[in-house]
Design a binder for this molecule. Structure first.
Ligand code: COA
Ligand code: ZN
Length: 311
């Protein structure tokens, strides 16, 4: 398999990046962050979650935020998926003007129960009407399989489990299956195995995406493994923020600037401007009152395309 010449960078900063933060950012600050992400060239920005505000107070402004994001003039060429756990969330997403959703389950029953109060089977049953409705509306539909490389409560996860759940989500109509290493325990050989098995099971390569956390420093190595497998969509969070409050130790999504740096250096196109990502990363780090988590953000200085000075 040859490495794709072009990939999609799916930005999860406004959702995954903010959901684990102790502080709750004001809606205008989030909107400014999203505007900076858009200005950096990101065209898929997961905006928020229509979940219980009690479960996720950081994203309790989802209705107001999405209304602003979906308003004319806020970037019609950008896809803003929102997380939806059930029909209630779908109704809210519809009312707020969303046009793309992501449903989310996991490869571990225990994690799924703690995250959304359902078993995996129950979650798939809850998603069925949600995905159907979104399909009727012509929305883009993503489905996450979290904890695919390991569960914080029950340990290792079998590949068969991930394949079985992915196939069922594909059958329910998901346009894209995003396989997540929620607690950042996976390594490249496991990525190769999983991609190979998913494709053998009948899930097309261009229907697969990977979501890596850099908790143990393996996220970029795992992206490279995915690229070698022919995967062309990767998730990242500008500033390297994020994690799941229901997954102990799930710190740090792969930072968008680290991903962009590597792709730029490899000559893989993606449409995102590294300097623009830096601007958004600095903005969100300042808003959250903490230093940049990304390697590239800490080092700076080197344009991977030219070797010249950057920023
Ligand atoms: N939006 C807003 N409120 C919702 C909702 C939604 N989509 N779904 C349920 N609720 C409300 C209910 O009305 C109820 O409110 P009440 O306590 O005032 O009566 C409360 O949430 C609990 O609802 P219930 O149906 O009993 O479900 P639950 O307590 O088992 O919670 C979820 C299920 C999915 C709503 C909840 O676990 C959740 O929102 N989890 C989010 C997890 C998440 O975002 N994780 C990060 C992504 S990895
Ligand atoms: Zn994540």
């Amino acid at each position: 398999m040859t490495i794709p010449r072009r990939v999609r960078i799916y930005e999860v900063g406004p959702r995954d990046g903010l959901q684990n933060e102790p502080s709750v950012l004001p809606t205008p600050t989030k909107l400014e962050y999203i505007a900076l992400l858009r200005a950096a060239g990101l065209r898929e920005i997961e905006a928020t979650s229509f979940v219980s505000p009690k479960a996720m107070p950081q994203l309790a402004d989802a209705d107001e935020l999405m209304r602003a994001v979906a308003s004319p003039g806020a970037g019609g060429d950008v896809r803003y998926p929102v997380l939806v756990p059930n029909e209630r969330g779908m109704a809210r997403a519809e009312a707020a003007g969303a046009r793309a959703i992501a449903v989310f389950t996991a490869a571990s029953d225990e994690f799924t129960r703690r995250n959304i109060g359902m078993t995996i089977d129950e979650s798939l049953a809850a998603f069925e009407p949600v995905l159907r409705r979104a399909g009727e509306l012509g929305w883009w539909r993503r489905a996450y399989v979290s904890t695919a490389f390991g569960c914080p409560f029950t340990g290792r996860v079998g590949v068969e489990r991930v394949i079985d759940i992915s196939l069922r989500l594909a059958e329910l109509g998901a346009d894209e299956i995003c396989v997540g290493d929620t607690i950042g325990v996976g390594v490249p050989s496991q990525v190769h195995e999983l991609t190979g098995r998913l494709v053998d099971a009948g899930i097309e390569l261009d229907r697969l995406a990977y979501h890596f956390h850099d908790t143990r420093g393996t996220a970029l190595a795992n992206v490279l493994a995915g690229l070698e497998d022919g995967i062309s969509c990767f998730d990242s969070s500008t500033g390297g923020t994020g994690g799941c409050p229901f997954a102990p130790g799930a710190a740090g999504n792969l930072a968008t600037e680290d991903l962009v740096y590597m792709l730029d250096g490899m000559g893989i196109s993606h449409g995102v401007d590294l300097a623009g990502v830096f601007a958004a990363a600095r903005f969100i780090a300042a808003a959250l009152g903490r230093p940049l988590a990304s390697k590239v953000g800490q080092a700076g200085g080197w344009d991977p395309r030219t070797g010249g000075q950057l920023l």
